[in-house]
Write a protein of this length. Structure first.
Length: 297
């Protein structure tokens, strides 16, 4: 069997096009332009790149972004003051604090302070609590897990009644993904670093969401034939020449890297029914869902 590839880039573009249309209609109706405030603490290159992609997406979709870069040594009190100002600013529909924060800052207190109506990342304890409770809906669903479920639905994968396995229990991916699957009536097993016989558990999965940050750890022989695989992992590994030596960048003189997921794609695609590639699977969905949440805010 060769799996059907779930094209996250194309599906994300469809979501973005829909949001763009809705933004244009809202502005044509004389309403305000939706605005996203981004808060970047310090100068981590990866965080700056993610924030820049989010700002670009806002511009492309006709939304305004208000960027707030602050120094890495900002005090907890000053960061909280900034969040309070953004909560009170009527131009700001959504507030995104790029994680991770430097270790001297209390991430939980910062996220808790974001007004629930502007919590477009969906990380506030109230939004997560609502996700966990039967019959309650969060105002915003965390973007990456939201994107995972959207990909399954767009691919036509039946979630109700499926045995779903989620690898990883982080606050931003694994746990909310598991809660969303339960909400869609899947039977869910959540695995983590202490899980015994991971391959054996994964072999039971009709749906697998892998979010552990371990390059290609899930092998083809772990996969149940026909399963749907959503690979959230983004891992850099050395790019190799056919003789096994590292590819050296002519520009920098350093070994080149390539991105792979948590699942060994080449092996898994021969067994699975559906699979997301890395890159081009879940990654583009995260920003698309952030844009959808910001429009809603
Ligand atoms: P995280 O906070 O580091 O959590 C990793 C989880 O995986 C933890 O629950 C950990 O277990 C579990 N784990 C680690 N090693 C394991 C092992 N050998 N066996 C079983 N479980 C193991 O990571 P995250 O923020 O959720 O991110 C996970 C991956 O998704 C990363 O590659 C990240 O780059 C990627 N990601 C992608 C997007 C996107 O837009 N595509 C967004 C967010 C994250 P314990 O709880 O026991 O420690």
């Amino acid at each position: 069997m060769t799996a059907q590839i779930i094209d996250g880039t194309a599906i994300a573009q469809k979501v973005r096009d829909e949001v763009k249309e809705k933004v244009a209609a809202r502005i044509a109706a004389g309403k305000s332009q939706p605005g996203l405030a981004t808060v970047l603490v310090g100068d981590r290159v990866d965080s700056a790149a993610y924030v820049s992609m989010k700002q670009k997406a806002c511009a492309e979709l006709g939304m305004t972004s208000y960027h707030h870069p602050v120094p890495a040594d900002i005090s907890q009190a000053d960061l909280e003051e900034l969040i309070k100002e953004l909560n009170a600013d009527p131009k700001v529909n959504g507030i995104l604090v790029q994680l991770p924060l430097p270790s001297h800052l209390n991430e939980e207190r910062v996220l808790q302070l974001i007004s629930i109506e502007k919590d477009v990342d969906g990380f506030s304890p109230i939004n997560i609590g609502r996700l966990a409770q039967k019959g309650r809906d969060p105002l915003f669903v965390p973007c990456t897990p939201y994107g995972c479920i959207y990909l399954l639905e767009q691919a036509g994968v039946k979630i109700e009644g499926a045995n779903a396995v989620v690898l990883g229990r982080s606050n931003i991916v694994g746990m909310p993904a598991a809660l969303l699957l339960i909400g869609k009536n899947a039977t869910v097993t959540v695995c983590h670093s202490r899980t015994k016989d991971l391959p054996g558990v994964v072999r039971q999965a009709d749906i697998l969401i892998a979010a552990i940050g371990r390059a290609e750890m899930v092998r083809g022989d772990w996969i149940k034939p026909g399963a749907a695989i959503i690979d959230v992992g983004i891992n850099g590994i050395p790019m190799l020449n056919p003789d096994g030596t590292p590819v050296i960048s002519q520009k920098t003189g350093k070994p080149r890297q390539k991105l792979v997921g948590d699942v060994c794609y080449e092996e898994a695609k021969e067994v699975a029914g559906f699979i997301t590639p890395v890159p081009g699977g879940v990654g583009p969905m995260t920003i698309a869902m952030l844009m959808a949440n910001t429009f809603k805010g």
